[in-house]
Design a protein around this ligand. Structure first.
Ligand SMILES: Nc1ncnc2c1ncn2[C@@H]1O[C@H](COP(=O)(O)OP(=O)(O)OP(=O)(O)O)[C@@H](O)[C@H]1O
Ligand SMILES: O=C(O)C1=C[C@@H](O)[C@@H](O)[C@H](O)C1
Ligand SMILES: [Mg+2]
Length: 167
């Protein structure tokens, strides 16, 4: 079965676009955050608060390693590029990796009323901006294709990816 991976910052739309893309491609959707919840019974927020971020990153690596060869649309967590082992898994698998790239303002605006991201709950805006700056080159390096998302609906974005994927 074919595989397409979505990466990008929190709020980029990986989960939302992932649903649309999976439907368009007729593939299952695997969301690494949801898979972690399924396996542990805890949300990312709960794991960050109890076991800590390092434990969450280990779980995230294990999930990506387990699913990368299964086939399907893989919507990753925003911090997937923080673990070098994940970058290696993606590059060794040789699968297309789509980076959902938008402006800082539009991306974070989508999460204004959302308190489920532990990183946004515990960091100041300046710290989130610093995280954004430090992550952009990592998304760029891990991606095989960058998709601009500002002003586009999730369906539009999924269609653009479908065209690139079916090439
Ligand atoms: N292109 C878009 N246009 C408008 N709203 C969007 C778009 N993409 C996502 N959203 C909205 O933004 C919010 C965050 O989207 P989503 O959960 O898909 O982000 P994510 O990239 O999966 O984030 P995370 O890294 O935290 O998992 C949701 O409320 C979603 O409906
Ligand atoms: O950007 C991040 O580091 C995160 C994004 C979410 O998808 C979750 O994976 C978790 O909240 C951490
Ligand atoms: Mg998501």
């Amino acid at each position: 079965m074919k595989t397409a991976v979505l990466i990008g910052f929190m709020g980029a739309g990986k989960t939302t676009v992932g649903h649309e893309l999976a439907e368009l491609l007729g593939l299952p959707l695997i969301d690494t955050d949801k898979e972690i919840i399924r396996r542990t019974g805890q949300t990312p927020g709960e794991i960050f608060a109890t076991a800590g971020e390092a434990s969450f990153r280990e779980l995230e690596y294990t999930v990506l390693r387990d699913v990368i060869h299964k086939g399907g649309v893989i919507a990753t967590g925003g911090g997937i590029v923080e673990t070098p082992g994940n970058i290696q898994l993606l590059s060794e698998a040789g699968v297309p990796v789509y980076y959902l790239s938008g402006s800082f303002g539009q991306t974070l605006e989508r999460l204004a009323d959302d308190d489920t991201r532990p990183i946004l709950r515990t960091k100041t805006l300046l710290e989130v901006a610093a995280l954004w700056r430090s992550r952009l080159p990592k998304y760029d390096a891990a991606a095989t294709t960058t998709v601009q998302t500002d002003g586009k609906t999730p369906r539009d974005i999924a269609r653009l990816i479908q065209i690139a994927f079916e090439g």
